[in-house]
Design a binder for this molecule. Structure first.
Ligand SMILES: Nc1ncnc2c1ncn2[C@@H]1O[C@H](COP(=O)(O)OP(=O)(O)O)[C@@H](O)[C@H]1O
Ligand SMILES: [Mg+2]
Length: 271
């Protein structure tokens, strides 16, 4: 990507804070189900935060809270110091299932957020072309989701989540349903797509994953959560140099960080 062909745009990435956020759901038997307890987080603009923790510990709930789709029971969440009280506009989301619309082509799926937000489609055509190029989908613009592999579908979903220049990207186990090799490829696609974040512009990312290796490869900060009610067990600053490449995975420091997190899981009796 050359300097004048960059995906960086004017809106800066968002700063995200969670201040002692707790979430209690009503349980079916009338009791209370405590999903999150006193979770705090301080993400500077452009940071990539990896969130790992056992199943059911409240990771998805935390993303829903940041997205403004749930309100916390106690505590508060702010984006750029403004309290989140409704879904935020400059937000991109990618879930485990890609949620592409089967009756729309790749191109029309990518541009869907522009239509929904009633923005000028013409202005986003070049960006759509560039995003698809960056993930190796040039030539597939006219294909329908049913004609694509799982990995290709997920790449379309990532392009769609980034088309409207989100300042914050929330990803909930986005690569859980694809095979290991494709997943590795998607990891590097994502790093390339959010690379501008290193300059404090581009996109802040909160990324939920089951894979410790994936969290270490991608993140600047790694949050390790305890079993429900989810608390922050460890907050690990990831000092691995950037850009992260295939070679990153062979660095001793990479393995030290993975072991560190694995032992945190071990201490919870989860490995
Ligand atoms: N809308 C909801 N209503 C009631 N309980 C919920 C709701 N969403 C999640 N939970 C419960 O909160 C806990 C955390 O769920 P979740 O955030 O999905 O965990 P994770 O994503 O870490 O697997 C679970 O026990 C789940 O059953
Ligand atoms: Mg979940």
């Amino acid at each position: 990507m050359s300097a004048n062909d960059t995906l960086v745009t004017d809106p800066p990435a968002a700063a995200v804070r969670a201040e002692e956020v707790s979430m209690v759901f009503p349980a079916p038997d009338g009791a209370e189900l405590r999903a999150l307890a006193d979770v705090s987080l301080d993400l500077p603009p452009g940071a990539f935060c990896g969130l790992v923790g056992p199943s059911g510990c409240g990771k998805s709930t935390f993303l829903m809270l940041i997205a403004g789709l749930y309100r916390p029971t106690t505590g508060r969440i702010t984006i750029d110091e403004e309290q989140v009280v409704r879904p935020w506009d400059a937000l991109g989301v990618v879930f485990q299932r890609d949620a592409l619309l089967e009756w729309r082509t790749v191109w029309d799926n990518v541009l869907l957020p522009i239509e929904v937000k009633r923005l000028d489609k013409k202005k986003y055509r070049d960006r759509a072309t560039r995003l698809l190029e960056l993930v190796g989908l040039t030539g597939f613009e006219g294909f329908y989701p049913g004609e694509l592999s799982g990995g290709m579908r997920q790449r379309v979903a990532i392009c769609r989540s980034l088309i409207h220049e989100p300042r914050l990207l929330l990803m909930d186990e986005p690569f859980a349903a694809v095979d290991a090799l494709t997943r590795e490829k998607l990891n590097f696609d994502l790093l390339r797509l959010t690379a501008e974040s290193q300059t404090g512009r581009g996109t802040t990312v909160v990324f939920v994953t089951h894979s410790i290796e994936e969290a270490v490869l991608l993140s600047d900060q790694i949050l390790v959560m305890s079993p429900r009610p989810g608390k922050i067990l460890r907050l690990i600053g990831n000092d691995l140099p950037k850009p992260r490449t295939l070679a990153t995975r062979s660095e001793p420091r990479f393995h030290a960080l993975v072991d560190d997190i694995r032992s945190a899981f071990h201490s919870m009796g989860l490995v």
